[in-house]
Design a protein around this ligand. Sequence first.
Ligand SMILES: [Zn+2]
Length: 284
Amino acid sequence: MALVSMNEFLPKAKANKFAVGQFNMNNLEFAQAIVEAAMEEKSPFIYGVSEGALKYMGIEFTVAIAEAAAKKSGLPIALHLDHGSSFEVAMKCIRAGFSSVMFDGSHYSFEENIRLTKEVVKAARAMGVSVEGELGTIGGVEDDISVDESDANLAKPEEAIRFYEETGVDCLAIAVGTAHGMYAGEPNIRFDIIEEVSKAIPVPVVLHGGSGVPDEMIKKSILAGVGKINVNTENQVACTETIRQVLAKDAKVYDPRKYLTPAREAMKAVVREKIQLFGSSNQA
Ligand SMILES: [Zn+2]
């Protein structure tokens, strides 16, 4: 199967109240762990690729890995630019074979965010590529993007609804109290904002910073209208902790496969658990 846009599965997710996971790809082992977990769960999923990850892997390798996963698995997989910062980078990804892009104009003024997002939607739609927009500022650190918690702004429901109506995005990330990275305590998620926005627009709300959010809160957010949840940090932690353990146990290890194999298994377990929690098993 070829890579698909998020519209292959997001409308069904919204209608049937489940969420599709965006699992970020940081290297080959991440990509393999994610697709293997999804194959066992028969679940659609989204490979998220940040601009930092794109620089690290190279755009050709990124697309080739995702295409190989789609072909091998037969699953509906979207290859999605995460937090795209400009029209140009979004177009570069689409030209290279991405089936979905996020344009994050949340650091612009509301009107400018609408104007820029509209341009991306217009160009992407012509090529069958789905678009995620962002409103409000999600706190925490992700790659080169760092937002102080005190600068993180919750989305205003009436603005989110107008943003959807004017841009026609395929899903909408709104700041509702989650943050990128790991949480020190429990996040304070504004389910009322999710619900108000989700009821008024036909596309799902996206929850960024899904790592470390308690399971009950995830379930509640899906019921409120979240149809896409982003997970990256938990896989990074599982990968690195496993490698650290293997190396600490045996200082003579030099073959990368000796620590990457268990690291991949650890990430696969994380992804399987998330897919089950999100309710997207058997939805491929
Ligand atoms: Zn994010």
